[in-house]
Design a protein around this ligand. Sequence first.
Ligand code: PRX
Length: 677
Amino acid sequence: MNELEGVEVSEAQIAVHWREEEKFYPPAQFIAQANITDHEIYERFSLKNFPECYKEYADLLTWYQYWHTTLDTSDAPCWKWFVGGKINASYNCVDRHLPQYKNKAAIIHVPEPEDEPHVVLTYQELYVRVNEVAALLRDFAGVRAGDRVTLHLPMVPELPITMLACARLGAIHSVVFGGFSGKACGERIADSGSRVLITMDGYYRSRKLLDHKSKSDTALAVAKEEGQAVDKVLVWRRHRGTYVSPAPMVAGRDYLMEDVLGDYVGTRVDPVPMPAEAPLFLMYTSGTTGRPKGCQHSTGGYLAYAAGTSKYVQDIHPEDVYWCMADIGWITGHSYIVYGPLALAATTVMYEGVPTCTDAGRPWRIAERLAVNTFHTAPTTIRMLRKAGPEEPGKYSYQFKHMTTVGEPIEPEIWRWYYYVVGKGTAVIVDTWWQTETGGFLCSTMPAIQPMKPGSAGPGVPGIYPVIFDEDGSEVEIGSGRAGNICIRNPWPGAFQTIWGDRERYVSTYYAKYCRDRNSVDWRDWPYFAGDAATQSEDGYFRILGRVDDVINVAGHRLGTKELESASLDVSEVAEAAVVPVTDEIKGRVPDVYVSLRPGVEPSEAIGNAVAKSIETSIGKIARPKHVYIVPDMPKTRSGKIMRRVLAAISNGRDIGDVTTLANPEIVDEIRRMVQG
Ligand code: PRX
């Protein structure tokens, strides 16, 4: 067989090889106040105490009915946690804090326009708003426990309010990232079977008031094509009293939340006690095939895990002002802006716009003004802020005690800027590795216990037992320097329950690869396959190298190469398309698109632009390609498979290797000249 055949490009293959880094120790001041300072935690969460150890996380919550079985494996690998328990997530994030904290800020919203006042929702105010929206959803929109509700909302206070209102009713929210296109939203509406869409007229991004409502019209048309009818579109307004979208409200279908809410002022809705294993939400993520996967997260297990890791890894205390700069439309925002911090009665800050609006000092002004002490962001943002204003943090007198990085590997040089300049050398950093599917952190140092190592996520967090397997399922030795597939040996409460409506895909994508016995109900036979390549050094720290599948992690957001390729093929002149990750100074990775044209079609700039445009309309601006190259032909194996690995090597200026066995080796040089000059 041809040596190259079947070898696809992966991010891991283009990962830089870093040297061993020096360690940084947590400051004494941090340790003095930390939630966890004792190594004994690893004993409590040892495998011999598994799964009962997770009682410690579940006990952070208030249950209507305590569970009888910590982990039920009878339907492996669909794990059920805290079986028999009844709980409500909205109650746990809001109501139960009222006696002690009703007058404390729960959510502080910072609008992008700097002259617009912040919105401060106390726990009492959050309680009132969540109840009113829950009443509206129940009595006006007919939403019941178990129904799916799609939220296509930007970073506004109405987003967490609506999420918590759904949770109050036991309805399953599916938040679609606001930057996603109407088409992407429509596909998710259809897949989840939502009858209700909640959206907004517009929002601010880079100093522009963007139209958002018109996306709902596209979304509904796409959903309808796929057989899903939506009865009601509920529209929040960015500015009370003014409607900023050019898209008309459709009579009998679209309703302004402001108008309808008038009927529910002061209404209270009892939280619905839900079984622990009832789904709390769906979060769609990209996979190897075109269709996004609806990761289904549970109520009890997920909330326990989000709360536990927020307390121990994020070191959140109720008196902290915590700011995570992610978007709630991604899993980070669900777990570590909304559910984790609010379950712990912290103050959580949310910011509407781009970090550098109007200049690179903006985040540090926000931190100073709100006295943020716990900060959370992604390497892509750190790179951007470092480039735009390397000296800016020093001009402001905020003081962080704790900082998080998440979503992609962080280069040690960027890590050090984060540590010395943003953290002023006095804050700990946790580099947290996890995924949409995992609900919460998998690898990280425990901030007061272990030293930090730039570029390494750290060991498994308490109760998580990672292992690196090679392709044959043998364990890769610690400290061998060899990379392999990082897996988790054991289930944990935050893990997703299944892919919505597609159990087979859930099993085959995440559990089939290293399953020892398909009929087993013993969790030891079902390691979780994460789809990332990693190495583990002598000290037990894991370094994540990137995705091993057809997924590109752009600025910390997952995009399926197949989704981009299929959008490229929507341009009628395009015959074939191949998408590969290319390294980018700010975003980490971005897509490069290669297309070949139908016979007789002449290459033109217009076609390249049409491809980029098609990707933007079909997915969203975050998927915008770095380049679109129109090539005379794709490098192919003799069996006709496009060699993305070769294209990735060209895009990244790496060694292409031996291509003599390709069906058309001569094309490789031609493409290389075209790309590299
Ligand atoms: O490749 C890993 C990378 O992001 C992927 C998960 O993306 P997503 O589901 O969108 O969730 C992002 C936020 C949790 C992983 O498979 N990744 C995530 N965190 C890290 C990371 N890569 C390196 N270091 C991290 N800390």
